[in-house]
Design a binder for this molecule. Structure first.
Ligand SMILES: [Mn+2]
Length: 289
């Protein structure tokens, strides 16, 4: 029998987190910065299981919560707050406690927190906007994005977002994914898929992206990070970088900055699916026969 060397024994004493392993057994990753938004806690649409899995596998020096984290609008109509939603809040507070800088920029659905701009709750800084400096020295303006609603052909988007058909799609999304989960199928967003097929929605999205990037250019920053339209993107508009971290209602995406300053969109449903997919072993014709 092999005797354990002391260092090995000490390593085994550490928790999975301390050993850099996530609950699934996959390694925990560390980024320079992470941006998430449009979580919509307090609604059935929030994909909190995927978000919890993301938070348990990804750490960062700075975590930006880019608005619409809690859906105060919806909760005013009907109170919905399952224990799973508490778990998300606890995970975020824990990250702040163990050294992650957490910056919370409320959006339009959680605008009730905007009155606390400048305050610090348990290590979570509340800000109206922020400027993030990347490892490669670029300055990025971070804001939710609803600031531009009035400018970006508001009527068209409101007609679309407020549309009962869109709300029906979002609700169908919850049902479809409950069924898919039962059959062990990965998350798939019906509403995100549909949005890319509707001409008006596509036109709105590019108009929004252009408007936000243009406004950032006027503020003399190198780029902008926002959320709000539930469509993750990395684009360049005349030298101004436009980043959108997406959402956790439809696409389940996060924006991350690696140690060298490069940015990436993580599509968490795909990451989880890849983790659990069985490795395909090529079968030779002889074996198959
Ligand atoms: Mn919003």
């Amino acid at each position: 029998m092999l005797t354990e060397i002391p260092a090995q024994a000490a390593f085994k004493q550490l928790s999975k987190t301390e050993r850099g392993i996530g609950p699934s057994g996959a390694p925990r990753r560390h980024y320079r910065a992470i941006w998430i938004s449009d979580v919509h806690l307090g609604t059935r649409g929030c994909n909190c299981a995927l978000l919890l899995d993301f938070l348990d596998h990804c750490d960062s020096d700075t975590l930006y919560l880019v608005g619409d984290i809690i859906d105060g609008w919806r909760m005013k109509k009907r109170f919905y707050w399952p224990e799973r939603h508490n778990a998300i809040v606890r995970r975020i507070m824990k990250k702040a406690k163990v050294g992650t800088r957490v910056v919370y920029i409320p959006g339009n659905h959680d605008e009730m927190f905007r009155q606390f701009t400048g305050s610090n709750f348990g290590g979570v800084e509340i800000r109206r906007s922020a400027v993030h400096e990347t490892a490669d020295g670029r300055r990025l303006l971070v804001l939710h994005g609803d600031e531009f609603d009035a400018v970006v052909m508001g009527q068209r988007w409101l007609a679309f977002a407020g549309d009962t058909a869109y709300n029906l799609l979002l609700r169908l999304n919850v049902v479809i994914n409950a069924v898919r989960r039962r059959f062990d199928l990965p998350y798939w967003s019906l509403s995100a898929h549909a949005k890319h097929k509707v001409k008006d929605a596509v036109a709105f999205i590019s108009r929004f992206e252009e408007t936000v990037a243009h406004a950032a250019g006027k503020r003399r920053v190198d780029g902008v990070v926002c959320g709000h339209i539930h469509t993750a993107e990395i684009r360049d508009f005349d030298g101004i970088a436009y980043y959108n971290d997406g959402d956790w209602v439809e696409s389940c995406t996060a924006l991350v900055e690696r140690a060298d300053g490069t940015m990436e969109i993580l599509r968490w449903a795909e990451e989880v699916a890849a983790r659990t997919a069985p490795t395909l072993v090529p079968v030779t014709r002889k074996e198959a026969a």
